[in-house]
Design a protein around this ligand. Structure first.
Ligand code: SAM
Length: 329
């Protein structure tokens, strides 16, 4: 019998990241190109029922971890109901959420009650002006959202910061202190060439190694090789004096980055994307809408696993295609 959750390289793939919308109420420099209007083609996007059906099929194939992402998942009005329906699907063990945090103050509690277990909040700067420059948003709403998430009792709340040379290096240490003060793990993520925007240049790229060196000016980094917080690829360090737990996601500089990849992505318009850094996508939507029988959907998942590449192509002069906001972070 063939394993339904193994790819061609023997990696167990049991994690599906679901972009439930490509809309966002922020405009991060590195994510959404100016003038992007993908969402105007509304019927292209999957309904909540369609997404839950895909979750049921995936869970039947051995997928256990699911993440709601986008765009900004919390701008979708049916997000709480969707999370609740997903949590009720047999086999679903963990539902996580990636959010910019701006709507968490009102939604953290209902999402927790609906069955969302973990939350990742993007936070690239604490300084309100710089935060606004990077995201076009208001950092006060994010900080209120983080407080609400902590109060709602999620099993884990993590902070995500994208590294940008010349943009937010000066914020890395304040963010670390903030993370330590609130007892939240902070992950520093290398910029990936996911869309065509001004910030995605070699000059703006700040590697994880350099970010670690910046941290080491302030505190001693103690490697935590056995620390796994969730299902992601971060390598964690404990900062000796501050007590901060900082993870580094070196998508570009860590040559072993893809070895432990465990995920597929589902885009808001119903395509399975086996690899973030490879343009290949498999359309589920047409099949989903043609038939109520899930056999063909299972076959498409199998095809996605077979076509999942060994590695991303970000180091091979990758030319971005669909922007991150459309693929799903
Ligand atoms: N709106 C939500 C948020 O802000 O977290 C979820 C979607 S967002 C696309 C998910 C994650 O992708 C965020 O942590 C964001 O910082 C990250 N991201 C977006 N574009 C990126 C890029 N070009 N390189 C690295 N990370 C990126």
């Amino acid at each position: 019998m063939t394993k339904t959750d193994m790819d061609s390289f023997g990696r167990k793939i049991d994690y599906l990241r679901i972009s439930i919308t490509d809309r966002c109420n922020e405009r991060c420099l590195y994510c959404m190109p100016e003038g992007y209007h993908g969402w105007e083609v509304k019927p292209d996007h999957l309904s909540a029922d369609e997404i839950v059906r895909i979750v049921r099929v995936a869970a039947g194939l051995g997928f256990r971890k699911f993440r709601l992402t986008g765009g900004e998942p919390l701008v979708r009005p049916d997000v709480v109901a969707m999370a609740r329906a997903m949590a009720a699907v047999p086999g679903v063990e963990v539902i996580g959420l990636s959010t910019n945090g701006t709507r968490l103050a009102e939604l953290a509690q209902p999402l927790r009650e609906a069955g969302v277990r973990t939350v990742n909040v993007s936070l690239d700067a604490l300084d309100p002006d710089l935060y606004r420059r990077i995201t076009h948003g208001d950092v006060a709403s994010v900080l209120a959202g983080i407080r609400a998430a902590v109060a709602a009792g999620f099993e884990r709340v993590k902070l995500n910061c994208v590294l940008m040379r010349g943009v937010n290096e000066s914020e890395l240490w304040p963010l670390t202190l903030f993370a330590a003060e609130h007892g939240l793990p902070l992950r520093m993520i290398e910029l990936m060439p996911l869309t065509r925007t001004d910030v995605l240049t070699e000059e703006n790229f700040l590697g994880a190694g350099e970010a670690m060196a910046l941290m080491a000016r302030h505190d001693e980094l103690i490697p935590q090789p056995d620390r796994k917080l969730g299902h992601g690829p971060a390598k964690y360090y404990l900062l000796k004096n501050t007590g901060a737990l900082v993870g580094f996601i070196g998508a570009l500089t860590n040559l072993h980055f893809c070895e432990a990849c465990n995920k597929l992505r589902l885009t808001a318009d119903g395509k399975i994307r086996p690899c973030l850094g490879n343009h290949g996508e498999i359309d589920l939507r047409a099949t989903l809408r043609q038939s109520g029988d899930d056999t063909a959907l299972r076959a498409l998942f199998a095809e996605a696993l077979r076509s999942k590449p060994l590695e991303h192509q970000f180091r091979d002069q990758y030319v971005p295609g669909r922007p991150m906001t459309a693929i799903g972070g």
